[in-house]
Design a protein around this ligand. Structure first.
Ligand code: CA
Length: 224
């Protein structure tokens, strides 16, 4: 069974090769060229595996891994051009599930992806897939949300916005941060869109109190 793989690789030829092999193995590949883009994509898709290059423009792969681990238990395979013990140790300490030094054969990488996916199956993975707050439950892989066991129809953006809130309970999320994470945009006029979507979520979920308005800043999801 194929899964959605987030591939973070700035080198074009390697990216093309890895994507081709993973797709051939039945996976859906979302390929980004920077760590910033990787973090943005992570909440937008039901990502089940991250293949992460360490040497990236902007924030490096270690920084991406550190941030990913504060949000999710998704399996991560780290790629690095430097076959150094130190990098391997740092990667594994930060929570990488496996490590593939460059140059690697794409077949080997595909085999590692398969092995890590097999390992990560089971309850741990299911738990990572589900986020809950009170009686609101969201499944990323199924892209389903329920309130008190009842399914709630959400648009794609509403789902992404709810996921973003549920992943950061008790944290103030500014309108700009929400815009950037959910819509991938940065423009001041767009903040009205955030307000409209939060209003929709409050109404559709019937749990208006979960979303606290933080005056002048944005919103915070609070425990019921
Ligand atoms: Ca690179």
């Amino acid at each position: 069974m194929g899964v959605t793989v987030l591939l973070v690789e700035d080198e074009h030829s390697i990216g093309v090769l890895v994507r081709t092999y993973l797709e051939r193995d039945g996976h859906t590949v979302i390929w980004v060229r920077s760590g910033e883009a990787a973090l943005a994509e992570l909440t937008r898709h039901p990502i089940r595996m991250v293949v992460l290059d360490i040497g990236l423009p902007g924030i490096d792969g270690f920084e991406v891994l550190r941030t990913v681990r504060t949000r999710s238990a998704v399996p991560v395979i780290v790629l690095t051009a430097r076959d150094e013990e130190a990098d391997r140790v740092v990667g594994l300490e930060l929570g990488a599930d496996d490590y593939v030094p460059k140059p690697f054969s794409p077949r080997e990488l595909v085999a590692r992806v398969k092995a890590v996916l097999r390992r990560s199956e089971g309850t741990a993975q299911q738990k990572a897939d589900m986020v809950t707050l009170g009686d609101v439950v969201l499944s990323r892989s199924a892209r389903e949300a329920t309130v008190a066991g009842e399914p709630v129809e959400l648009t794609q953006k509403e789902f992404d916005l709810l996921a973003c809130f549920l992943e950061h309970p008790g944290v103030v999320l500014t309108r700009d941060v929400l815009l950037e994470r959910v819509w991938g945009l940065e423009f001041p006029e767009g903040t009205r869109t955030v307000d409209q979507h939060v209003a929709q979520l409050r109404s559709k979920l019937g749990r208006a109190g979960l979303f606290e308005t933080v005056r002048g800043l944005g919103y915070k999801m609070v425990r019921p």
